[in-house]
Design a protein around this ligand. Structure first.
Ligand code: SF4
Ligand code: SF4
Length: 384
């Protein structure tokens, strides 16, 4: 396990604003981000095998802002392809069936890139080798989980998250994105073991430290606000930003979204563990020129800091909309604690439900609704 003392990356975060969301403009801004951070050769050496880790949550259209825009991925591939011996794009989608990651890659035509870049390979983590590692969950002890072997085979990992709100983690950006390096059902296992945001944040941070990305480049061309990470509203932020230190990148991300960093569970836990930088140098655009006021998720997840008898009453509940539901069973199959039964529509056992919102995240038709509690709205909203 990497200790905080091993983290000696630069605390610079570079931000670039796009005039328009086009490949030409994205490529120009990605190149400028690398230049501001010291040039591509600082991050990729001749002959390196480079793994690009985007957010490939579930099959999607670019306009939904759910997954990393393939044009951001291609701009990075184009830049590093001449230097690298091999370039891989790899991920495991949120749904724990083998075909889901491939269908997500196909939904944004990633296979087309193979024709243009001969050293490029797509790596579906659900169908490849794994390595078992031990991760800490804070007060909840330690567990063993499998991480994609590709992470250990790569000389460099470039993390390419999408900027979104998240019902369970408030936001998802650099640190959260490496959770996708766990193949298939491993993600549900972590949810089942790390049920509260604090222990889940420890898990996310420890997975991130095991993956050790050399750089995070955030796709904030079109971001997501509200009910992220799947069913929120796209918001045209027209930004690309990034840096070597993921904790610095996430602090900047929270400020761009208009959220207080201390209210984001992963940032708070990173602070408690002395992983956050004391000072961040912003390059490119001024932060105040690129800050928004994202609508927060309405899951009431911040109530989890309260004793369990209180948060159980404050955190929002999930409800299935039978008019929308197509009875595919994805919610039941992916519920970490098997709280959902199909009969013939899904029914949630409230006593078992740990309110992780995975069913909301993974339902392919948006039939899982988050029912906000009145008291939670009064007590918790507006402060994230
Ligand atoms: S709620 Fe969504 S995921 Fe669950 S069975 Fe219905 S359509 Fe499928
Ligand atoms: S029912 Fe939904 S929110 Fe509840 S534990 Fe299962 S996946 Fe999580």
């Amino acid at each position: 396990m990497v200790s905080p003392n091993d983290i000696i990356f630069s605390m610079k975060v570079a931000i670039r604003k796009l005039k328009e969301i086009s490949y030409q403009e994205i490529r120009a801004k990605v190149n400028e981000i690398f230049d501001l951070l010291g040039g591509v050769e600082r991050f990729v050496s001749l002959g390196d095998k480079v793994l690009i880790k985007p957010n490939l949550l579930s099959p999607s259209r670019i306009e939904e802002a759910r997954i990393t825009d393939p044009r951001v991925i291609e701009a990075i591939v184009e830049l590093i392809h001449p230097l690298a011996s091999e370039v891989w794009i790899g991920d495991s989608s949120g749904v724990s069936t083998k075909s889901a990651t491939e269908r997500t890659m196909d939904s944004i035509n990633l296979k087309d890139l193979l024709k243009r870049y001969p050293k490029l390979k797509l790596r579906n983590f659900d169908e490849e080798g794994k390595r078992i590692i031990e991760i800490g969950l804070g007060k909840r002890g330690k567990i063993h989980i499998a991480l994609a072997q590709a992470v250990f085979e790569a000389d460099k990992v470039i993390n390419v998250p999408k900027l979104k709100t998240h019902n369970f983690t408030v936001m998802t950006c650099a640190v959260k994105n490496t959770f996708g390096c766990l193949p298939g059902g491993q993600k549900a296992r972590v949810h089942a073991e790390a049920r509260d945001p604090e222990s889940f944040s420890h898990a996310l941070i420890n997975i991130h430290l095991a993956v050790k990305p050399t750089l995070s480049i955030v796709d904030a061309t079109l971001s997501m606000e509200g009910e992220g990470p799947s069913w929120g509203k796209p918001i045209e932020t027209k930004l690309i930003f990034g840096g070597e230190n993921s904790f610095a990148v996430d602090i900047v991300a929270s400020k761009i979204m208009g959220f207080k960093p201390g209210r984001i569970p992963t940032i708070k836990v990173a602070e408690d563990r002395n992983l956050n930088p004391d000072r961040i140098e912003i390059l490119g655009e001024e932060l105040k020129e690129v800050s928004f006021n994202f609508e927060p998720p309405k899951s009431g997840i911040l109530a989890r800091a309260l004793p369990s008898f209180l948060w159980k009453g404050l955190t929002s509940r999930v409800r299935m909309d039978e008019n929308k539901c197509v009875r595919c069973g994805i919610c039941a199959k992916n519920c970490p604690v098997k709280a959902i039964e199909l009969n013939p529509y899904p029914r949630v056992d409230e006593r078992k439900c740990i309110m992780c919102f995975c069913c909301h995240e993974l339902c392919p038709v948006g039939a899982v609704k988050i029912q906000e509690r009145l008291l939670s709205r009064i007590l918790l909203r507006g402060g994230s």
